[in-house]
Every structure is written in structure tokens, then in C-alpha cells.
Design a protein around this ligand. Structure first.
Ligand code: SF4
Length: 280
């Protein structure tokens, strides 16, 4: 049997003597493109077209891990040397890519153009491109855009930006519609089903989830909507829902704790590696 190789020197004082690592600011985090990994699984008739570089394509492909013979619901339109050198009109190229995509994938109902670092650096106006393409492909396909660039966003901010871009498309509920509860934030389908069952058992009949499983089933929002955030990082989405008249139901969240509640000990730190991923 091989001898056990100590990975790190034993600390004489035990774990209580371990050095405290303090990190502030945006360090060692992924960019907002990573939200596509769970969003593309959640919304079954949406497509995420990253307008970015080969780096963005590698990040998404390796993180999402979709098999090459599957038809994923995301792709990257690569900005190459011709675009960067100004030899090609990026908008023409984008139109061509989008047209080809929608011809091949007629089941797509909402297309997100996702900005990246390269598209920001060359000042590609994806908002205008999305408006133009939306005018061409509506009502069959809705084209929206948001930024997942590492310059602007980190990790979970991608989902917030995506949902925030979607809020204005939600239909307005009627003035005298019955009260409804909206659960905001991507949940695995099985968790969503369990939530729905629990809410039903509590007597709450009118419960909707955002994002929905199908882009064509956007829930209504209005003054009779109360919403709770299934994720603690959807600040912009919450702000826009409130602007549409919805009421936020606050709930305890670990990220909101300033200190552990009395009698609650913090979980042990597994510090085999000093690298940590932080969420904002
Ligand atoms: S958006 Fe920026 S940080 Fe994210 S993969 Fe692309 S180049 Fe890298």
C-alpha cells in the first residue's frame, strides 16, 4: 500500500489556527456567460447566441458539456480577425448567422443575443441588432439581448441580466386578476415541481415560475403579483418587477446574514486549496 502523502503541513494548533483568507472585489470568478449553462437547460424553446470569441465558445462548451452530436440550445458567433480589423460589417455577419440558425432550428421561440468582452471592446451594438432582428422575425421568434461579458458581469449576474431583459416582455395582468405568486430564478424542473406541490398543499393555487420552461409561457405580472426570489442575486430583475407593480416578499437568505444566528456555528472550512469562488 502506498504511503499517504501529506498534501499540506499539519498545523500544530488544529484547524482553529488556519490562516483566515480575505478576498474583496471581483476575483477568481467566472463571467456572466456561465448563466447560460443552467438557463439553456431550463427554457426549452430559447436559444442563447453568444457573440464572442473562441475563448467564450470554449468556456461555454466545456462548462455545459453538451455532446457534440446533440443539438444544444446555445452557440457562439465567433468574432474573428476580419471583424476586428473592420473588414466585415458585423451586423451583416450577425444577420447571416441568425438567419441560418433560425432556418435550421424552427422550434426556437426566443433568441438571446449575448454580449461578451470582444463584442463590447469593438462596440458592437447588440441592443440595436436585437431590435432589428426582432422586427424581422416577430411574431415567430422574439429576439432579445443582454450582456454576459466578463468586463461587466460576474457569474450569477448573467442570469439576472437575462431575466431583466425578459421582464418587459411579460404580459400585464388584469387590474382585478386574483392574487398570484411568482417564484423568480431558475430552478431544476424537479425542484420546481416539488415547490408547486408544496404551494398547492398550502392552498396557493395561482403560482407561476420565472423563467418558465417554455419561452411562450411567460407569466403575467402586475399589482396583484407577489414575488419571491429563489436566488439571492436577482437584484435588477426584482427592481424591474417592482417597477411593473409586483411586490417583493423578502425571505431569509444566507447571503443576507451579517453573522451566524446565536447558537449556530459556521460550517467547517475545507481549505485544501486557497482558491475560492465568490458570488455577489
Ligand atoms: S465573455 Fe469575456 S471573460 Fe467571458 S469567456 Fe468571453 S472573453 Fe472570457
Amino acid at each position: 500500500m502506498s504511503p499517504v502523502i501529506p498534501l499540506r503541513a499539519e498545523l500544530s494548533g488544529g484547524c482553529s489556527q488556519a490562516p483566515v483568507l480575505k478576498e474583496r472585489g471581483q476575483r477568481e470568478v467566472f463571467c456572466g456567460l456561465t448563466g447560460i449553462i443552467w438557463l439553456h437547460r431550463k427554457v426549452q424553446d430559447a436559444f442563447f447566441l453568444v457573440v464572442g470569441s473562441r475563448t467564450c465558445a470554449h468556456l461555454i462548451q466545456s462548462a455545459a458539456g453538451v455532446m457534440i452530436f446533440a443539438e444544444p440550445r446555445f452557440a457562439t458567433a465567433i468574432i474573428d480577425e476580419r471583424d476586428l480589423a473592420g473588414l466585415a460589417d458585423c451586423h451583416d455577419e450577425l444577420d447571416r448567422v441568425v438567419n441560418r440558425l433560425l432556418e435550421r432550428r424552427p422550434e426556437i421561440r426566443t433568441l438571446f443575443l449575448v454580449g461578451s468582452c470582444p463584442s463590447e471592446v469593438i462596440k458592437l451594438d447588440l441592443g440595436r441588432a436585437a431590435q432589428r432582428l426582432d422586427g424581422i422575425h416577430r411574431p415567430t421568434v422574439r429576439v432579445l439581448n443582454y450582456s454576459g461579458s466578463g468586463i461587466e458581469t460576474t457569474f450569477t449576474q448573467g442570469e439576472d441580466a437575462c431575466l431583466a431583459a425578459w421582464v418587459p416582455q411579460m404580459p400585464a395582468s388584469a387590474t382585478h386578476a386574483p392574487d398570484s405568486l411568482l417564484v423568480v430564478g431558475s430552478l431544476p424542473d424537479v425542484v420546481e415541481d416539488q415547490f408547486a406541490r408544496l404551494f398547492r398543499d398550502l392552498g396557493l393555487a395561482n403560482v407561476r415560475f420565472f423563467p418558465p420552461r417554455h419561452a411562450t409561457e411567460l407569466p403575467e405580472v402586475g399589482a396583484n403579483t407577489r414575488f419571491l426570489l429563489a436566488q439571492p442575486f436577482l437584484a435588477e430583475t426584482a427592481r424591474l418587477l417592482e417597477a411593473r407593480g409586483a411586490t417583493h416578499l423578502p425571505r431569509p437568505s444566507p447571503s443576507a446574514w451579517k453573522a451566524p444566528p446565536p447558537g449556530c456555528r459556521p460550517p467547517p472550512r475545507h481549505s485544501a486549496s486557497p482558491r475560492r469562488t465568490s458570488m455577489r
